[in-house]
Design a protein around this ligand. Structure first.
Ligand code: SAM
Length: 443
């Protein structure tokens, strides 16, 4: 006789939110294994079944027990609240089985029964906070290093995801939510809406709608999920709503499309159109530096250069990418540009300006070095992935070295002589452009 393991997610708690399939799997099972609280939640479905209750820390025991019971030819339901594949027992069970030599072709079959996870259950109680891109992060550092968790919160914050926090706080883990709040406040307004939902669809259900800067001081426990809005989430009539983005395209939800937009096709700021939007913005706003444009669009300088280089015109700005096999030749070409201004930006914001001559560069291994009495400058050339010539008529003539994430590694600029750029230097600059710039592929 062949055993079977059902990995069953039974939803948030109330029986009416359990799927037919979850009920059928439990009903078909000889044995039901689960954390004691979960067993209580499905107690009405357990008549005549062998029930194995395990404690909170006995997760791996639950998986081993399920396998052992299935090896005896029994049908087993290993149950978990929400979705068993979301911070649940599906992963550890497969790990235990695979380690024991089980494969999907084994006589023991495994089937996962999905359920409604806490974030969707909680969202349904407060409005529609997840109608745009969201992510979930567990604040439990029992098995995950805090540095990994913090990096994920930081990334979610900077990318403007709606964030669902699982395992936000327990009796022992009280500071993780404080740290999460601190990180997110670097990116979100203090009044960003937050829903704190405790025991969704269970007896002690409780809902608080608060601001991000109030979040950590609120009543939060082991059975709470915290939903943090993005920059456009709002609360109205007690409902937390994250807009789908219709307002980007339509004058009202049912109305006419906005100028420049069309129903059924990508936004003008979609993948194919946003370079043109950027160039138009640059045309309409004189005097912007590449950094200011990057800040406005929330992109890196490399993207701004790529967008400017892709079009005929971007106001006073022009740019061209250096051919990828000619990257090293740029430094040689710069030797004919005379004295230069070098700009090196530290990530945290410090900007160094160095006066130098490209002839003084020395390549040593991966490093491009300049050592003078006044300064030592070491540039990690292995970080340089692309370069763009970029100029603003009569204002600046530069070459920008960019890393593979689009960040500026360093920039070299022509210097003026007595208030203007000399004809010789400009000729050398345009000569470099002619020889090393890639042909523009028109959009
Ligand atoms: C180990 S995770 C299990 C998640 C579960 N597998 C799911 O998909 O919902 C436990 C966390 O889920 C969240 N959670 C589970 N059930 C919940 C409920 N009924 N109401 C609010 N949050 C819940 C809480 O954040 C809790 O700390």
């Amino acid at each position: 006789m062949n055993g079977k393991i059902y990995l069953v997610g039974f939803g948030p708690g109330a029986e009416e939110h359990m799927s037919f399939k979850a009920k059928a799997a439990i009903s078909e099972s000889d044995v039901v294994i689960g954390y004691s609280t979960y067993i209580k939640l499905v107690k009405d479905l357990l008549d005549g079944k062998e029930v194995i209750r395990k404690g909170m820390t006995e997760e791996i025991d639950r998986c081993i027990e399920a396998y052992e019971q299935a090896k005896l030819g029994k049908t087993v339901s290993l149950i978990s609240s929400g979705d068993i594949g979301v911070y649940g027992m599906a992963g550890p069970t497969y790990e235990v089985l695979l380690q024991a030599g089980w494969t999907p072709n084994d006589a023991i079959k495994v089937e996962i029964v999905p359920g409604s996870t806490a974030l969707s259950a909680c969202a349904s109680l407060v409005g529609a906070p997840l109608t745009h891109d969201f992510c979930s992060i567990s604040l439990s550092d029992l098995l995950t290093p805090w540095t990994v968790i913090a990096r994920r919160i930081e990334a979610a914050g900077s990318a403007d995801f709606v964030v669902a926090l699982y395992n936000p706080k327990s009796g022992r883990r009280t500071q993780q939510i404080v740290e999460a709040q601190k990180i997110l406040l670097r990116y979100r307004r203090p009044d960003t809406p937050v829903a704190i939902v405790k025991s969704a669809y269970r007896r002690r259900q409780d809902i608080q709608l608060v601001r991000l800067d109030e979040m950590a001081g609120c009543d939060i426990g082991m059975l709470t999920t915290v939903l943090i809005g993005n920059s456009s989430t709002f609360i109205q009539e007690g409902l937390m709503i994250t807009p789908r983005g219709y307002a980007n395209k339509y004058n009202s939800l049912t109305g006419e499309t906005k100028d420049g937009e069309q129903a059924g096709v990508s936004l003008s700021m979609g993948l194919e159109g946003w370079y043109a939007c950027l160039r138009q913005y640059v045309q309409e706003n004189e005097g912007l530096t590449l950094e200011k444009i990057a800040d406005y669009f929330g992109v890196v300088v490399g993207e701004v250069l790529s967008a400017i280089a892709a079009g005929e015109s971007a106001g006073e700005h022009r740019a061209a990418r250096i051919q990828s096999d000619k990257l090293k030749d740029v430094i040689n070409a710069c030797q004919s540009w005379g004295r230069l201004r070098g700009i090196v930006r530290a990530e945290a914001g410090a900007v160094s300006e160095l006066f130098l001559h490209a002839q003084d560069f020395q390549q040593r291994g991966d490093w491009l070095n300049i050592e003078t009495d006044a300064f030592h400058c070491h540039i990690n050339w292995s970080k340089v992935d692309s370069a763009y010539l970029a100029c603003r008529e009569d204002k600046s003539y530069a070459v920008n070295f960019i890393d593979n994430k689009g960040h500026l590694v360093f920039r070299l600029l022509l210097m003026k002589d007595e208030g203007s750029f000399s004809a010789d230097k400009l000729a050398a600059y345009w000569q470099t452009w002619q020889v090393l710039a890639e042909e523009r592929v028109n959009e």
